[in-house]
Design a protein around this ligand. Structure first.
Ligand code: DX5
Ligand code: ZN
Length: 217
């Protein structure tokens, strides 16, 4: 299982996104939080900004769609250049069809679960996905405290992935920091989103290296 770090630009300076993308050189992905003021009580950015970011950085974009009707909107994020597109299980009308469409358009397909959404009803869908995202805070804002109570869900999901012999990745998002990343890795996560822990640091690239070293330990 190889560790990947995906800094979230939600905690970056939105007036300097290209510079902020360059500031995390060495990261595996750039996590882009798309919020629509409906699925979550916050509004961030959409397709034009993803397109612009894709031109501004060579780091692949990991788009996390916290939006209603992802079935309708997700394909446009692949066309905008996203390397991975995550939709929420709670919002998708037809998750298998949507995952297949994302893959067919050339991106990795991923599904996210809010803290109160169990993995078990989705067990049979796992082969359709390249990644599963377990939220470790309520989606909507950066800088929230890590929900320890999600650790058993991470463990159960890792067991399901192994039981089915799948190669898919397991991402955690929310409150991931130097204090919490080891617990996430030990529970079975291998892709780590970090917003405030990276962009709140004096040297974001060094923060990425530090998180990677901790997760690999
Ligand atoms: C929250 C977003 C996260 C957020 C994480 O809804 O999905 O990606 O940027 O921020 P931190 O790492 O500060 O919790
Ligand atoms: Zn996110």
């Amino acid at each position: 299982m190889s560790v990947q770090i995906s800094p979230s630009i939600l905690s970056a300076d939105f007036a300097r996104l290209a510079d902020e993308a360059r500031a995390v050189e060495g990261a595996d992905w750039l996590h882009v939080d798309v919020m629509d003021n409906h699925f979550v009580p916050n509004l961030t950015l959409g397709v034009p900004v993803v397109e612009a970011l894709h031109k501004a950085t060579a780091i692949p974009l990991d788009c996390h769609l916290m939006i209603e009707q992802p079935d309708r909107w997700a394909p446009a994020y692949v066309e905008a250049g996203a390397g991975s597109v995550t939709f929420h299980a709670e919002a998708a009308a037809a998750p298998v069809r949507l995952a297949r469409e994302i893959r067919a358009k050339g991106a990795r397909a991923s599904m996210a679960l809010r803290p109160a959404t169990a993995i078990e009803p989705y067990e049979d869908l796992l082969p359709e996905l390249d990644m599963l995202l377990i939220m470790t805070v309520e989606p909507g804002f950066g800088g929230q405290g890590f929900l320890d109570v999600m650790l058993p869900k991470i463990r159960r999901t890792r067991s399901l992935i192994e039981r089915h012999g799948l190669q898919m990745w397991l991402q955690v998002d929310g409150g991931v920091s130097a204090e919490t990343i080891e617990r996430c890795a030990e529970a079975g996560a291998d892709v780590f989103v970090a917003g405030s822990a990276v962009y709140g640091a004096d040297d974001p690239a060094a923060a990425v290296r530090g998180l990677r070293a901790q997760a690999e330990a």
